[in-house]
Design a protein around this ligand. Sequence first.
Ligand code: PMT
Length: 222
Amino acid sequence: QHPKDLAGRLVVISAGGTRERIDPVRYLGNDSSGKQGMALAEEALARGAEVVVVAGHLDVPAPRGAEVISARYTESMRQAITSLADEADVVIMAAAIADYRPANQTTTKIKKIDEGDETTLRLVSNPDILSEISHRPDRGNVVVGFAAETASGAALLELGRAKIRRKGCDLLAVNEVGEEKGFGRDENTVSVLDASGEVLAAVSGTKRDVAEAIIDQIVRTL
Ligand code: PMT
């Protein structure tokens, strides 16, 4: 039985993958299913929180009891998170957000070229939502990021430490990702770092087990 240690708290969770339009029928995307974000939403609800899920593309439904705001594209996710960040007690950025968008978006379908010919898609870097909400002056809430890295062991943790310094959040859940890891799976392996880079918890299990460990650390930080 969970303690209701998030009673009276508003927890905003981004989940799933964002997309970027290339043309009216094509997009850039990623393999995030939203399972980790939904497990966090379930755990936060079980512990008494009011939960808002800001949902990119999801392969799984949001839990009953969570309010869902649909934000399939990076800019709509940015707007939704930014407008909720002030009132939220906790913001957890579990979404896999597109780092790049096409430099030019056409309103007509891009034409096929001859087989074997090359073409180029120019990309520009997107704003970093986690960094923006973490660096707001007088921020009073707990902001939690994720780091998805294709490294392992000590190298993975070093990438996580560099990322939490850069992004400025309070806690960072570092997970190794790859074809058979992280994205889309039912299990996950996560280390939770604090702002000084110390490992507060390390957990391997279902995404709900991981969510429980992350929320334990959030409650201690609140
Ligand atoms: O959805 P699942 O299939 O269950 O998979 C779970 C997961 C692997 C997607 C999840 O556990 C995870 O790691 N989510 C974060 C994925 C990611 O985009 O990581 P990153 O290292 O590229 O980004 C670091 C952090 O910055 C993340 O909190 C991300 O939400 C945030 N970010 C990234 C880019 C950007 N432009 N703005 C951001 O806010």
